[in-house]
Design a protein. Sequence first.
Lengths: 317, 431
Amino acid sequence: MPDARNAVLLAMSAPPYWHCGRTVQRQSLWIAAALAPAVLCALWNWGLPALRVMALSVAVCVAVEALCQKAMGREIAVDDGTAAVSGLLLAFMLPAAAPWWLVCLGAVVAICLGKMAFGGLGANPVNTSLVGWAVLFVSFPLLMDANAMQLDTEFVDPLLRLKFFGAAAAEEIPFTDLLLGHQINGLGAGQAGALLLGGSFLAARGFVRWHIALGFFLGVAGLATAFALADPAANASPFFHLATGSVLLGGFFLITDPANAPSRPLPMFLYGLVGGALVMLIRKYGVYADGTPFAILLANLLAPQLDLLRPKPFGGR
Amino acid sequence: MKELFTMLTDPRFHLLYGVTQRFSMGPEPRQVRLNRESMTLSEGIKKKTRVYPFMKLGTHPSPLKGDLYSPIFGVVSEINERSLFLEAVEPDEELRALADGVHKADVMELARDCGAGAEGRKRLAQLLKELGLNTKSLGQECETLIINGLNPDPGITWAEPMLMTHRATLSAGLALLRQLTPARKIVLAVPKEMRLQFHDLEVASVPSQYPASVNELVVKAVTGKERPDGVGIVGLHNLWSLGRVVETGLPLVETVLTVGSLRHSGNYIVKDGCMVGELLDFAGIELREGDALVRGGPLRGESLDKLSRSVTRGAMGVFVVEAGTVPPMQGHAPCINCGACVLICPAHLSPNLLSRYAEFALHERARKEHVQSCLECGLCGYVCIARRPVLQYIRLAKHKLAEADQQKLTPLEPVGVTPGNEPASKEDSHA
């Protein structure tokens, strides 16, 4: 054998040698791509202020994660894109008129407390973006209230209308307006049609688990239908509930974060179902107009228990 | 419907490739590296000994491991602990005469002469061992024997041609297998899309999407039970080897394997000990810096460090995985709990937990998480987006547990304990 052939340096590896080709980085890119329609819709509906909030949130999240990794003596891994996605999701739940320091504070809390404090990507027990959102929402309720912040707009807040003016007033808002994002809400969470488009794509490609999303939407729609059937005058239709608040954002992008979700099909479905049902219970009986973020945080905490539901190992007796 | 939601979108995981061409003969090796581990070399085999095809080079001490025969005309160039190297030579008259003098046995007649019953089967196993066949996993202890007729790994394509085109060889092997196994029922498991019929053999249809070809899953598909007692399974590859020996009447010095890269794929009958470099040259596959060279299947094989490694009897494939076609493996990457491995594991395990236990040497916890049920199909690593070597971690845990069990196997007996004073000591300990 000629020596030249032996000079080829071969890569040693461990089985399997083939791979599905998905990496954390590519997954983040796909999720960002799925969020792109909602980003465009947010720009269309809210203009440059929305861009300001999104850019700031993403930039601060990435910078804070890099700083944390540096401080922890870790390899800088912000190029995996997960911090950017978390930042974008956080921005989606903020009003477009949120002051800059609120965005920065939310981003810092989300990454530090919601991710790095537990050891980084995938180790957090609850959703990273929601931790940031929850701290802001509890600390600065007025600034986080999109209805109070967005005064210069023709849109209305459908959930507040439902809560204080009744189902009939809420149903007056055309459904197409809700889908097109013509509603007061978080700047991206309200872009219902765009989120449905992007989220369905992610679920079909297997980037998010369809079991969770399906369970979540069934939970919301099922309970909403039950309420509507019981008292049609006091309760809005399930379609109204699906297209308002953060339901579509939560069902496709927040509750499906696999680090906080169970891993097997049945537990995933139940997890989604519980999350969806909690949304409706908070909306109907709670003090908050939109219960989605808190419902998802509660469902996150339930995930380890649901993970105990598991089949016998192969050949186990 | 179920396939719609599978995570394995790669068409290569569908283990039917429509390949039916006859196997081509592999290269005439210029150099041969034979595995001689724990073999006793035949008398007169030393450096510079001239050898001819089917000359016996070594005997394996185990009655279940095949003996070693020379595949080529050559001269012994080196002998070490593990390997025996041959250099091909042009045979002279004397060597040619020796090669012509090799006796072709009528294996079936010899097999019948061995007689029936357990003793007969033992004699037959000994006969096959002397013909270079490993008889370790040919279903000697079972009532039902399943022949795994699927391509074992994605990318390996020799199963279909064996079943369709080389059926005579298979039938010969089957006749011999019937003599060898005590099983009353032999079932051939083939992909459900293949409509095969044998007049003398029961055929069972099984799913054809990898990991369906893993032995345990084939058994489950045929019998409906997970790890049932009294069921044995034998690979198509082994059956073909048996048939080859019957057909030629000569010891086994070759193997069928798939040589594959991204663009090329072909099935060859390759001489035992043929070096991988020569094989790739023959198949016209060029290697570049950073490519991974795999012996065995692309999901369960082993990666080779140099081209002078060889393929031995029982090797199923040689694959080149080009640099850049897969994201590189990250040995130090932490698990990010994405759950893809849990969702895909055919043994219903949690490879995410298992790999972390192995990473932090918590092997006893891995045992509690049923690491022993792992089928080692490799899918956990295939879907891992953090590119962790998940299967390697699991194998490490299994290995460490086996080592620990080995040490436990010799419990210390207390000296001088008689049945009389044993209850007394028990009472003492309770007091």
